[in-house]
Design a protein around this ligand. Sequence first.
Ligand SMILES: [Zn+2]
Length: 215
Amino acid sequence: MSIKRDNVGDYYLYLTCEDCEPSEKLRLTGNEAGADFGSKTFLTLSDGTKIESPEFYRQSLNAVRSANKALSRKQYLSNGWFRAKRHLSRVHKDIANRRRDWFFKLALRLVRKYDRIAIETLNLEGMKRLWGRKISDIAFGEFALILQWTCAKYGKTLLKAGRWTATTKPCSDCGYHNKTLTLSDRRWTCPECGSHHDRDVNAAINILRVGVPWT
Ligand SMILES: [Zn+2]
C-alpha cells in the first residue's frame, strides 16, 4: 500500500491485489463484436452500433484554451502565474477523470452485451512515451487497457487484431481488396460482389474476423 500526492494537491491511496481470477462473472450472451476506433465516432461495432465521442470532449477543449490564455497573461513565476498554472493542471485533470469515468462505463456496457470483443491493437509500449502522440491515440490506448481489465474482471474475452493487419480495405463479404479506397470514402460499394459498405462497420467486421485472444 502506498500514498501519493499529485501536482494538483490530491491524495491517492494505492492498493494492489494479487488475485486475478474473474471476481464477478457475467452471464454469457452468445454475442460478439468487432470494434473500430475513430476520433469523432469513438467506436463503430461490427453489428452497426455507433458510439459517439461524448460532448465534454469538445467542451473541455474550450476550458483548456481559456486556462492556457489566463496563464499566458500572467507574469512568469509571479504568484498569479503559479495560481493560473495550478488551475490549468486542475482543468487537465478533471478532463482526464471524466474521460476515464466514461471509459469505465462504456467498457462495462460492452462486456454486458458481448462475450468476445475484438479491437485493433496499438503499440502500447509506445503509448508510454506520449510526446508527439495524437490525443485520440492516447485516449484509445487508455480505453484498450480499461476494456482489457473489464473483460478479465467479468470473465469475458478481449481479442486483438494486429495493427498491421489490413482491416479497412478488404470487403468483409468477399475479401476483395479495395486499393482505391481513400480516407474520405465513408461508404463504398464492392466492385467484385456489389456489397454496400459503411467504411467503419466493414472494418469492425474484419477486426472481429482476424482477432485472436489478447495475451
Ligand atoms: Zn465484395
